[in-house]
Design a protein around this ligand. Structure first.
Ligand SMILES: CC(C)(COP(=O)(O)OP(=O)(O)OC[C@H]1O[C@@H](n2cnc3c(N)ncnc32)[C@H](O)[C@@H]1OP(=O)(O)O)[C@@H](O)C(=O)NCCC(=O)NCCS
Length: 185
């Protein structure tokens, strides 16, 4: 059966939340039980301004999910990025340019059995198509040599470095914040 992409309404995301969280946990190889920890956050995100989600389906089987929303100053993630930009001595005008008008690509995950066939890129392109924001920003774990599918995908899509080796409050892992202007080419 052919795989196809759809936009998810907030209602459908809520109905299919546990399937979406299973894709996320298996793609990220997080321990079982992470689904329950993240559920309320994913639900809260569906109510944010500019929220959009897309999915890859095969029949009724959910193979991939991606979502994001418009960035805003009251969001923890933006506050963390502002802090990181200040620490790296970024010109406040550049900070304002980047953070004044952006879409946060919050989650993008393909189930391991469906990875490696271009679905992640197709979901990212569909999610970002027609966005009104001037930029897209995301965070992804630092990986030695940028040697994983997520990094290859983001570089292929033209994402550049905004902050490297950043530690979000309460998380021991190093992350990169990447971004680019919209629309994609
Ligand atoms: C990162 C992720 C979303 C990318 O999705 P994906 O579908 O695996 O990746 P892509 O769209 O880049 O496609 C993968 C490969 O298929 C190739 N491809 C592209 N179009 C294709 C097509 N039509 N047919 C076959 N292969 C194709 C690409 O060249 C790419 O090669 P590469 O990975 O060796 O560079 C996915 O691998 C994933 O969920 N990873 C784990 C979770 C994660 O890291 N999420 C992001 C955290 S920020």
């Amino acid at each position: 059966m052919a795989t196809y992409l759809v936009d998810l309404s907030a209602d459908v995301m809520r109905e299919r939340l546990s399937e979406a969280l299973t894709v996320y946990v298996e793609a990220m190889r997080y321990p079982r039980g992470t689904e329950e920890q993240r559920a309320s956050m994913w639900l809260e995100h569906t109510r944010r301004v500019g929220w959009k989600a897309v999915a890859a389906l095969n029949g009724t089987d959910l193979l991939g999910v991606a979502y994001g929303y418009s960035g805003a100053p009251d969001q923890w993630w933006q506050q963390q990025v502002v802090h990181g930009l200040r620490r790296t001595g970024t010109d406040p005008e550049r900070t304002e340019r980047l953070l004044g008008d952006y879409f946060e690509l919050t989650e993008l995950h393909i189930h391991p059995r469906a990875q490696g066939h271009g679905l992640g890129e197709a979901l990212a392109r569909r999610l970002l198509a027609g966005r009104p924001e001037a930029h897209v920003l995301l965070s992804t774990p630092e990986i030695n040599g940028e040697a994983n599918r997520a990094w290859r995908l983001y570089r292929r899509l033209g994402f550049g470095d905004v902050i490297r080796d950043y530690h979000f409050a309460g998380d021991p892992r190093a992350f990169a914040i990447l971004g680019r202007s919209l629309p994609l080419d």
